[in-house]
Design a protein around this ligand. Structure first.
Ligand SMILES: *Cc1c(COP(=O)(O)O)cnc(C)c1O
Length: 362
């Protein structure tokens, strides 16, 4: 049976990226060697890294003065690397859920942390916008898409944040919505994320960093945690995660061949509208997030209170329909369909058909 992968992360990748990765595992570019066994220093791998970086620059229109680096450690490592490199006295945070909270916790070890806004009181069902940024903060940190709660900072609120931050640098965790839409990178000092949501298999982290933003803190930074090490080393200071970087490069090629980020955004809007319309018109399901902040990437829904007891039954039914990974995070409950770039409209339609069929049968 055909399976539809709605997992939150690691998550769906384009079929052709998986096939090409598999080919390279067997034999890398006709060299008689697997990508698993080539030296990262050899002539083979440098072009992959160069192309991945160039495609990031092209697709995201990254201005000069920025570098894209590929590291290990996941987005979680960035929760400490960012303050290590950039927090001298004070950092401001918008708290939009679990991942923001983890970033806040790490930053506290490096300086004063001001939580300028939080939607904790509403179980993070919206993006809080009632805030002021202290102008002496070293940076403002945001999480643009909240994978667990299914909220996303859409353009209108992003633009408002760009205005409100004043002269304070902006740093963003974009683990789960990078490359899902066009972005004004010039508004940020650092953008980072684990690649396993929208870009690659687990094991690589992307960091887009403005070079001018570095070198401003007085503390000693351990070599491996200093962004400058990896910029100077061209992501090759130590052995990079070769295979996930290769897959990331393939995904970037796929994105470019399919019309770039404008086209990706249109596809993501169409998919999200299809599923949210189904949820909104459902007799048994309802959404969990304030409408204007609904994520296009992670679509959360629950059974209406009067149908709560159907939860396990629907899970079984959906699994029989080929749906994978739609169980909601335990902090939200219910269901979550992650519709990253590689999810097709046809896949979302299959989930909608499954929901309709279930409703018809109960
Ligand atoms: C998944 C996720 C993380 C954690 O990423 P790791 O690579 O597992 O450390 C951080 N932030 C957001 C928004 C995420 O979705």
């Amino acid at each position: 049976m055909k399976k539809y992968n709605f997992s939150a992360g690691p998550s769906i990748l384009p079929q052709e990226v998986i096939k090409q990765t598999a080919d390279a595992v067997l034999e890398f570019q006709g060299e008689g060697l697997s990508i698993l066994e080539i030296s990262h220093r050899a002539k083979y791998f440098q072009p992959v890294l160069d192309e991945a970086e160039a495609l990031m620059k092209e697709l995201l229109q990254i201005p000069d003065g920025y570098k894209t680096i590929f590291l290990g450690g996941g987005a979680s490592m960035q929760f400490c690397m960012v303050p290590f490199n950039c927090l001298e006295k004070k950092a401001a945070f918008i708290n939009t859920g679990v991942w923001s909270k983890k970033a806040i916790k790490e930053a506290k070890a490096f300086g004063e942390v001001v939580e300028v806004a939080s939607s904790a009181a509403d179980n993070f069902t919206h993006i809080p916008m009632d805030f002021e940024v202290p102008q002496d903060a070293d940076y403002l940190h945001i999480t643009t898409n909240n994978t667990i709660y299914g909220t996303e900072i859409h353009d209108a609120k992003l633009f408002e944040i760009y205005n409100k931050k004043g002269s304070v640098p902006l740093i963003a965790d974009m683990s789960s919505d990078i490359l899902s839409r066009p972005l004004d990178v010039s508004q940020y000092d650092i953008i980072y994320g684990g690649a396993q949501k929208n870009l690659a298999p687990a094991g690589v982290t992307f960091v887009i960093v403005k070079e001018d933003a570095l070198g401003k803190v007085t503390r000693h930074i351990p070599t491996m945690l200093d962004y400058r090490t990896h910029i100077e080393g061209g992501s090759m200071f130590n052995t990079p995660p070769v295979l996930p970087i290769y897959s990331a490069m393939l995904t970037l090629r796929w994105l470019k061949a399919n019309g770039g980020l404008q086209a990706a955004e249109q596809r993501n809007i169409a998919k999200a509208n299809l599923l949210y319309d189904c949820i909104d018109s459902s007799k048994i399901f309802q959404g969990t997030v304030q409408t204007e902040d609904r994520s296009r990437m992670n679509i959360c829904f629950v059974l209406k209170p009067e149908y709560q007891e159907l939860e396990a039954d629907f899970m079984v039914y959906a699994t029989q329909c080929g749906m994978v990974g739609i169980k909601g995070h335990r902090l939200v409950g219910g269901f979550r369909a992650s519709c990253y770039n590689a999810m097709t409209l046809e896949g979302v339609q299959a989930l909608v058909d499954c929901i309709h069929a279930y409703e018809a049968k109960i």
